[in-house]
Design a protein around this ligand. Sequence first.
Ligand SMILES: [Zn+2]
Length: 282
Amino acid sequence: MSKRSDLHYYPDGDILIIVDNTIFRAHKIILKMAAPTLLNHEQQGNEGNELPFINIPDISASVMDIALSIIYPRYFIMPTWENIDSLLSLASNYVINKIYVAGVTFLYHNFKKNPLDAFYLADKYKLSFLFEETSKLVLDHLPKYKEDPTFQKLPLEIQSALIARHMSYVHSLAELSVNHFLSTYHHTCNNPSFHNKQLNQEIESRVLSILDQPSNITPSKVWTIMLSHININVSDGTDCNSYFMSDHLTKKFNIMFGDFKYLEIDKDEENPKYYIYISRNK
Ligand SMILES: [Zn+2]
């Protein structure tokens, strides 16, 4: 009825792990180091000469194969999108640090390919750092992700938090005006009226290019368009222009749109994109 695992049935193993009708034969010494909590579930064999065993319900034999491959110094197997949820579940139910680290590392290196699934898992397993990182990519395309079945699997309060942050961005977009950025600016250059006219033209063209786009323009695109630095040619006005571009414009933008951050994984890029995001309540 039961079959032996092809990968992890060690003849000198001294404990059996039974998963989904598959028998793994492992070493207590390895489990003691990598997964001590698992040994709390050890049961004695039925007859005197049978090995002790551990029953693990609710996971598949293939996930156990990968879990043991991560623990044992023998094969190298990466988690995949198909098994990452089961692996993290196993790691958190039985406190198996090595599998937990492999799972989180996989998510960190792959979340860009699958932001919504990564966000779902970051929430489920309370991974605060990944939660914030993945929320940036999810919020950048929220109208699309809202239609994905995974979105419905998120807890309601997390769905609401995403929708609320995106709504506030949409409202800010509706308020976008040249005046907001220019009306309170105090020039320090010698020719304020000329400089102001130049800035007005520049900001107006940015605002128009945003309002001209389809309604689903992404937050990161808005940030890039509004906050790109341009050296406007003003005589004796280099400092004034530089201050406006790097300080004043950013400050006014943040007042209107709230905080934006780049992805930590992109921080060494020359021009990282900036995103809206939400954080986990600790
Ligand atoms: Zn000026």
